[in-house]
Every structure is written in C-alpha cells, then in structure tokens.
Design a protein around this ligand. Structure first.
Ligand SMILES: Nc1ncnc2c1ncn2[C@@H]1O[C@H](COP(=O)(O)OP(=O)(O)OP(=O)(O)O)[C@@H](O)[C@H]1O
Ligand SMILES: [Mg+2]
Length: 234
C-alpha cells in the first residue's frame, strides 16, 4: 500500500518521553472509511499514538501521512487544527462555561464558518446524538453519558475525515457503554469516517472495529480482522 492509498499511514514512528522510548519503529496503515480499534496494556503507548495522529506530539523519527499529505515527521508538523480531525476523550473535555450548543459550535467557530450554517450543523449534530432538547444546558447539568454525547457531537460537527477516540466510554456504566458503543458504530458506518478507537474493552472493539490492532513494546504486535459475525456489520 502506498501512503496515498490509505487514509492514515504511520511509518517507522519513534517517540520517547525524556529518553524513555514509548513507540519504536511503529508501522500502521488505516484504509479510508476503516475503523481500527487499538488495544494493549496500560502504558504501552496507545494515547501517545493518538496524540501523534492529532498533532499534539511530534515524532522523533518516522513519518505520518493522511492520504498523500505528510502531516508529521521529525522536521515537519502540521498543526492539529489543519488536520481535519475530531477527537473524543475519556473525560469528555467539554468547556464548563459554555452551553451544550456552544460546545458543539466551537470547532465551527474556529473554522470561521458563517453563523447560519453553524446553527444548522449544530442542530444536525445534536439531533444525531439525541440531545436536541438539551442544547441550552451546561455540561454540569448532564449525566456522564449525555456529556459524552456532547463530546461526540462536537467531534463530528465539522464532518472531519478522521475521528480519534481515547477510551471514550470507560467512565460509563456497562449498559450505557454498550448503547453508546453501538451508536458510535452506527455514526461511523453512516458517515464513512476513518477512525482510530483506543479501548481496553475487547467487546467494544469487536462491536465497532473492522480491524483490531494490538500494541506492545512500542510497536504493533498483532492485527486481527473482525469478522462480520462479531463485527460492526452485523
Ligand atoms: N507527558 C509525559 N511525560 C513522560 N512520560 C509520559 C508522558 N505521557 C505518557 N508518558 C509515559 O509514556 C508511556 C505511554 O503512555 P500512554 O499514555 O501512551 O499509555 P496508554 O497505552 O495510553 O496507557 P493507558 O491504557 O493507561 O491509558 C507510559 O509509560 C507513560 O508513563
Ligand atoms: Mg491512554
């Protein structure tokens, strides 16, 4: 596969925090529209890998391509806001002083999209996550599951090419996890967005992903294609 034939290509990635190597000669390709779940023991570098993709960290060796565009190497770095991606974190990371609608609107304001289009897109995104009625509430007046839906709406509102998830459901109870996991799987399938989804939960990975990638000792140790009987296409 050439870099341009897939949505994401990581080639020979090396990353160390103050001399402690976390990722070493890591290679991974994600096809356009594919959902890859990233599993691995705590501390193996899953979040570090997502931060490299997001542009929050720069690799010390290797290259990252989105399509045919090189977005990062040891000498070059495209900033996060120019990478056309959305992120959903474990702790929701909502702005506490903004309403639900203002939180979801934030990426559109950053992109200087006209107000009328922003209003329409915010309404559509809130509708897709079932939060239309709560547009004017503050995040503190929502349950954990509802807050994570806001974060999801904010990640998808600008229609990014790539979505990155870092254990988005691990703060929720198991029933809600399953429901939201199925909703995220549906959203990803509907939009055809390429996604990398970090989780500790094999069941979540099976529900969502086309492929499950295991990380250990700083590199990909195994890749498994999820069959249609257990995977998201059921
Ligand atoms: N800012 C930092 N400074 C120094 N070391 C760090 C920093 N962030 C992460 N690390 C270290 O890098 C390694 C990988 O961390 P990372 O957060 O990527 O792991 P993870 O696979 O996401 O773990 P978890 O499953 O617990 O979230 C860990 O040993 C961690 O202690
Ligand atoms: Mg992590």
């Amino acid at each position: 596969m050439t870099p341009s034939s897939c949505a994401i290509s990581l080639q020979g990635i090396h990353y160390a925090f103050a001399g402690n190597t976390v990722l070493n000669a890591l290679d991974l390709k994600v096809e356009s529209g594919e959902v890859v779940a990233l599993l691995g023991p705590s501390g193996c570098g899953k979040s570090t890998l997502l931060k490299l993709l997001a542009g929050l960290l720069q690799p010390q060796r290797g290259e990252i391509y989105f399509g045919s565009q090189r977005v990062a190497s040891a000498n070059s770095m495209l900033p996060p806001e120019q990478r056309d991606l959305g992120m959903v974190f474990q702790d929701y990371a909502l702005w506490p002083h903004m309403s639900v609608a203002q939180n979801v609107d934030f990426p559109l304001r950053m992109r200087k999209i006209p107000l009328s289009e922003r209003q329409l897109r915010v309404r559509t995104a809130l509708d897709r996550v079932g939060l239309t009625e709560m547009a004017n509430r503050k995040p503190s007046d929502l349950s954990g599951g509802q807050q994570q839906r806001v974060a999801l709406a904010r990640a998808i509102v600008a229609g990014p090419q790539i979505l990155l998830f870092d254990e988005p459901l691990s703060n929720l109870d198991s029933e809600l996890r399953e429901t939201l996991c199925r909703e995220i799987a549906g959203l990803l399938r509907q939009s055809g967005t390429t996604a990398v989804y970090v989780t500790h939960d094999r069941h979540e990975a099976e529900l969502l992903a086309d492929r499950i990638v295991h990380l250990s000792f700083g590199a990909v140790s195994a890749i498994r294609t999820v069959t249609s009987s257990s995977g998201k296409s059921t």
